[in-house]
Design a protein around this ligand. Structure first.
Ligand code: 6PG
Length: 472
C-alpha cells in the first residue's frame, strides 16, 4: 500500500545515521533505518519524537521494499570497503531511477567510480558531505551534495528541510558534478584541521607567553567568540577549558594525551593539493603536526637534549592576548584562502563545476568550520564569483592588513622563545610569497637548467631557453 511506504531510508544507524534520520522525521518525513544490530534499531525508535514516523529494521531487503519509489536512501557507514559492501548488497534490490546517497567521508575518487558503476544500472549515486557532528545531524547540519542534478532535485526538499539555516537560507546547495560533494567535504576537513592547529597554537602561546590558567583561557576564548573570531571551533574551545575531569581533581584538558588522532581526510586534502598542484601549506602543516604529535617518546628524548631558548615573551598580558587574537584571525583567513583556492583549481581541473559562492554560503551554518568570516567571504564572492583567491578581495585585504603587524610580532616572539607555531609560520610565509611579485624562484630555474638542461623562460622575451652554464 503506497501510503504505508516510507519517504527515506538510512543504512547504518550509528550516531550520525540515527540523528540525521530523526531530524528528517522531525521535519515530517516518514523514515526507516536499517542496521544489523537490533539494539540500534530499537534505540532509533525509542529516540523518535512522539508523533513522528520512524522505524528500524534488521533486514536490508525489508527496508528497500518499504520505500516509496523512486527510492531515496542514504548510507552512513565507514569510508572504504564498507561502502562497496553496502552497494553490492543493495544492487540486486534496487530499480532504475532510485537514488543512493553516500553521506560519509568517502574519498572523491571512490565516489567517481561508484557514480559510474551505478549509472550503468540506471541508479543515481550521490556523494554528499555532511558536517556538524552528532548535534548538527540532529538539529541542522551543513550539507554538501554533488552528483547529477536530476537526483538532487529528488532529495532537495528533504535536504533543505533538515539542514541548518542562516538568515532563513538552508545550508545546503548543489555543489557540482560527480564527486564534487565529497571533494568539497574533504577540503572542508582540511580547513578544519588547519584551524584546529591554529587554535591549539594560540592556546600554547597564551599559556606559555602569558601564563594563563584554564579559567583565564576560557574567558579569552569566550570573549573572542563574541567578536571577529566568532566561530564554532572557538566556541567549543572556550567550553573545553572549563570541563572538570571525573577521574581526578584536574581539568580534563590537562589529563588528555597530546597524541592527536585522525581519520585521513586532512591528509587526503594535502595529497590532492600536491596532485593538482595547489599550495595549501597551513593544511599541510596541520596534518604534519598531528603526525609529529605521535612521536611522543622521541619528543621526550629531544626535550632532554635541546633546552628551550631563555627568551621570554615581553608583551604585557592584555597586549599579548590581543596580538595572539590577531594572529589567529590572520592565519584563519589564510586557511580558508588556501582551501577555497584549492576548490577553484580542482573544480576546473576535474570539471566538477563547483560554485564557490554557494560553498561559502553552505559553510556559514551547521558545519565544524562555520564562522562569521564566511559571511565576509560570501560578500566577496557576490562581488566576483570567479575570485582566484579571497586574499585578492579588497574587503578581505583590508582585514588581513589590519592584523598583519601583530601576526608578525607574535611569530617573531614565538620563534625567539622556542614556542612551536608551525601553522602560524606557514600562514605568514604563504602570505609573504603570495604578495611578492617576483620571488627568488628564478634561481631555482637557473639551477635546474645548470644541472639538468631543464630550460627556463625569460622576463624580457618569449620562448624557452637553455644555457651552457660556465663552471667557475
Ligand atoms: C564534520 C567533521 C567530521 C570528521 C571529524 C573527525 O565535518 O562533522 O569533519 O566529518 O569526521 O572531524 O575527523 P578526524 O578524525 O580526521 O580528525
Amino acid at each position: 500500500m503506497a501510503n504505508s511506504l516510507y519517504d527515506f531510508g538510512m543504512i547504518g544507524l550509528g550516531v550520525m545515521g540515527r540523528n540525521l534520520l530523526l531530524n528528517m522525521a522531525d521535519h515530517g518525513f516518514s523514515v526507516i533505518g536499517f542496521d544489523k544490530d537490533a539494539a540500534k534499531n530499537s534505540a532509533l525508535e525509542a529516540a523518535a519524537t512522539p508523533g513522528t514516523t520512524v522505524k528500524g529494521v534488521a533486514e536490508l531487503a525489508t527496508m528497500v521494499q518499504l520505500l516509496e519509489r523512486p527510492r531515496k536512501l542514504m548510507m552512513l557507514v565507514p569510508a572504504g570497503q564498507p561502502v562497496d559492501d553496502v552497494i553490492a548488497s543493495l544492487l540486486p534490490l534496487l530499480e532504475q531511477g532510485d537514488v543512493v546517497i553516500d553521506g560519509g567521508n568517502s574519498h572523491y575518487t571512490d565516489t567517481l567510480r561508484r557514480v559510474k558503476q551505478l549509472r550503468e544500472k540506471g541508479i543515481h549515486f550521490m556523494g554528499i558531505g555532511v558536517s556538524g557532528g552528532e548535534q548538527g545531524a540532529r538539529t541542522g547540519p551543513s550539507i554538501m551534495p554533488g552528483g547529477d542534478l536530476d537526483a538532487y532535485a529528488k532529495v532537495q526538499p528533504m535536504l533543505e528541510a533538515i539542514s541548518a539555516k542562516v538568515k532563513g537560507t538552508p545550508c545546503v546547495a548543489y555543489l557540482g558534478k560527480e564527486g564534487a560533494g565529497h571533494y568539497v567535504k574533504m577540503v572542508h576537513n582540511g580547513i578544519e584541521y588547519a584551524i584546529m592547529q591554529l587554535i591549539s597554537e594560540s592556546y600554547t602561546l597564551l599559556q606559555k607567553g602569558a601564563g594563563l590558567n584554564n579559567d583565564q583561557l576560557h574567558e579569552v576564548f569566550k570573549s573572542w567568540n563574541q567578536g571577529a573570531l566568532q566561530s564554532f571551533l572557538v566556541e567549543i574551545t572556550a567550553d573545553i577549558f572549563l570541563q572538570n575531569d571525573d577521574k581526578s581533581d584536574k581539568r580534563l584538558v590537562d589529563v588528555i594525551s597530546d597524541k592527536a588522532g585522525s581519520k585521513g581526510t586532512g591528509k587526503w586534502t594535502s595529497q590532492d593539493a600536491m596532485e593538482l598542484p595547489v599550495a595549501v601549506p597551513v593544511i599541510d602543516t596541520a596534518v604534519a603536526m598531528r603526525t609529529l604529535s605521535g612521536y611522543k617518546e622521541q619528543r621526550l628524548e629531544a626535550e632532554a637534549i635541546y633546552k628551550a631558548p631563555e627568551n621570554t615573551i615581553h608583551a604585557d598580558t592584555e597586549m599579548w592576548i590581543k596580538q595572539v587574537h590577531d594572529a589567529l584571525y590572520f592565519a584563519t583567513i589564510l586557511s580558508y584562502a588556501q582551501g577555497l583556492a584549492m576548490l577553484r583549481e580542482a573544480s576546473s581541473d576535474l570539471k566538477m563545476e563547483i560554485p564557490l559562492p554557494e560553498v561559502v554560503k553552505v559553510w556559514r551554518g551547521g558545519c565544524i568550520i562555520r564562522s562569521s568570516l564566511l559571511e565576509i567571504f560570501t560578500q566577496a564572492y557576490q562581488k566576483n564569483a570567479d575570485l582566484a583567491n579571497i586574499l585578492l578581495d579588497e574587503g578581505v585585504a583590508y582585514l588581513v592588513q589590519s592584523v598583519e603587524s601583530n601576526t608578525r610580532s607574535v611569530i617573531a616572539q614565538a620563534a625567539s622563545a622556542g614556542i612551536p607555531v608551525g601553522g602560524f609560520m606557514s600562514a605568514l610565509s604563504y602570505f609573504d610569497a603570495f604578495r611578492t611579485g617576483r620571488m627568488a624562484t628564478n634561481l631555482i630555474q637557473a639551477q635546474r637548467d645548470y644541472f639538468g638542461a631543464h630550460t627556463y623562460q625569460r622576463i624580457d622575451m618569449p620562448g624557452t631557453f637553455h644555457t651552457e652554464w660556465q663552471q667557475h
